[in-house]
Ligand binder design. Structure first.
Ligand SMILES: NC(=O)c1ccc[n+]([C@@H]2O[C@H](COP(=O)([O-])OP(=O)(O)OC[C@H]3O[C@@H](n4cnc5c(N)ncnc54)[C@H](O)[C@@H]3O)[C@@H](O)[C@H]2O)c1
Length: 420
């Protein structure tokens, strides 16, 4: 029996783990990408994403995975999944350039009987209004009859020890029932719980609801953090108490801002479309953005106050930043709030250095930041230490006792350490 073929368009944080899951399930997998250097690296067994090692890529190659820049791979595929970036463009509007480009290259090579699935996070209506016409125009085929078309959002939790592709339920909504079932049949070969949805718009919006939910709840605890500080109430103890309620409450924790490729970006796709189509704002998203974007400045103000208590100005003080990635125990720096924190510290004249076991070089718009390799020596010599990301390897109790002044923005260091 010959194995079936899937082409996964975009071999980044989403496409590459998907390729691994599919090849392990017996699919022949083409990893199609426009970046030639990336394709070469993958074919020589080199990984560029946190969750996959070089050995994982070698295993994939042994099982039948090939990275390629050749779009004609689509023409011999049973399934094509599009996992290309959906960033924000000028003025914060959605930039669907990669989705449109990928759709065109898929359409140019599409053959009857193929199932095409979009995984990129995007606003409701993208699959139907943008991807479908491009595919149909380029191929001369009709969605829902000649080829199947569905949307299935990615739910990857980078660095998670508990949830991977297999045990995370996955939504899939097709242009018609046959398309939904075709997506279920594909994902069902390596995912425990495919969840069919009634439509593509509902599947697209569900993803945005999930990310907006996180964004809004993080903003809620961040706003409470600020006024609890003024009321002399320990927000961390408040959250610990509330979290003992076994129903109707979900724990979110304050921090220096939101980072990563999803939370700071995806809700904009929803608010943009609400305003675009209906003419009014999605107020929760705009408020959450305002509050979460204010957190880096709040951290810098707190650092300034703490130094002031020690009769030191921020201007000229040596500030050591610990952990500059957007999430603990991963190397991804995208949209990390460490960047605005560092820039604001520099603006006020602080001399910043960083330590991060996952990051070798850290570039800011205002220039490189010096990396400290010897953590203990750096902590002892800094005027103030700011924990921005509590990587597992940090012993924060020890660091708090050896630092002259320390602010833990993640609330991990035990009392009497100062938390945000
Ligand atoms: N990273 C996450 O944790 C995460 C989680 C859920 C959803 N998403 C969503 O998944 C999508 C992909 O994100 P990512 O993090 O994997 O992006 P990424 O930047 O890591 O990777 C995207 C890849 O697509 C390639 N690419 C760009 N245009 C292309 C084209 N026209 N044809 C072929 N390849 C092309 C790029 O070279 C890159 O290698 C986005 O919509 C994102 O919002 C990401």
């Amino acid at each position: 029996m010959t194995s079936k073929t899937v082409t996964i368009v975009g071999q980044g944080y989403v496409g590459l783990p998907l390729a691994q899951a599919a090849v392990r399930a017996g699919w022949a997998v083409n990893g199609l990408d426009v970046t030639e250097s990336l394709v070469d690296a993958l074919n020589s067994g080199k990984s560029h994403v946190d969750d996959l090692s070089d050995a994982d890529i070698q295993e994939m190659l042994d099982l039948g995975y090939r990275a390629t820049t050749d779009q004609s791979a689509v023409s011999t595929s049973d399934v094509v999944v599009i996992c290309v970036p959906t960033p924000l463009g000028d003025g914060g509007s959605p930039d669907l350039g990669a989705v449109k480009g990928a759709s065109r290259s898929v359409g140019d090579n599409l053959t009857s009987g193929t199932t095409v699935i979009l995984e990129s996070t995007t606003y409701p209506g993208t699959t139907d209004d943008i991807v479908k016409p491009i595919l149909e125009m380029a191929s001369g085929l009709t969605a829902g009859t000649d080829f199947q078309l569905a949307y299935s959002p990615e739910r990857v939790d980078p660095g998670s020890k508990h949830y991977g592709i297999k045990n995370t339920p996955k939504l899939m909504g097709g242009i018609n029932d046959a398309s939904t079932q075709a997506a279920v049949a594909f994902y069902g070969t390596f995912i425990d719980e495919p969840v069919p949805m009634d439509g593509m718009r509902e599947a697209e919006t569900a993803k945005l609801l999930e990310n907006t939910f996180r964004h809004v709840n993080i903003a809620l605890v961040n706003e409470m953090t600020k006024f609890c500080k003024e009321l002399n109430i320990d927000i961390w103890e408040v959250i610990r108490g509330a979290s003992t309620k076994p129903f109707g409450f979900m724990k979110f924790t304050p921090g220096p801002g939101v980072g990563g490729h999803c939370i700071p970006i995806d809700p904009n796709y929803l608010s943009y479309e609400v305003r675009n189509q209906l003419g009014y704002p999605f107020r929760f998203v705009e408020l959450a953005q305002e509050i979460n974007n204010s957190m880096p400045r709040y951290v810098v103000d707190r650092v300034g106050e703490m130094l002031n208590d020690h009769r030191k100005p921020l201007n000229g003080s040596e500030v050591l930043l610990l952990g500059v990635t957007y999430k603990a125990d991963i190397a991804d720096q995208r949209e990390s709030p460490a960047m605005p924190v560092a820039e604001a510290l520099r603006e006020r004249g602080a001399v910043i250095r960083f330590h991060d076991p996952m990051v070798e070089t850290w570039n800011l718009e205002s220039g490189n930041v010096t990396r400290e390799a010897d953590l203990d020596a750096a902590v002892a010599s800094a005027d103030v230490v700011v924990v921005l990301q509590a990587h597992e390897s940090y012993d924060l109790e020890k660091l708090a006792s050896s630092a002259k002044v320390m602010l833990d923005t993640r609330g991990v260091a035990p009392k009497p350490a100062v938390r945000l």
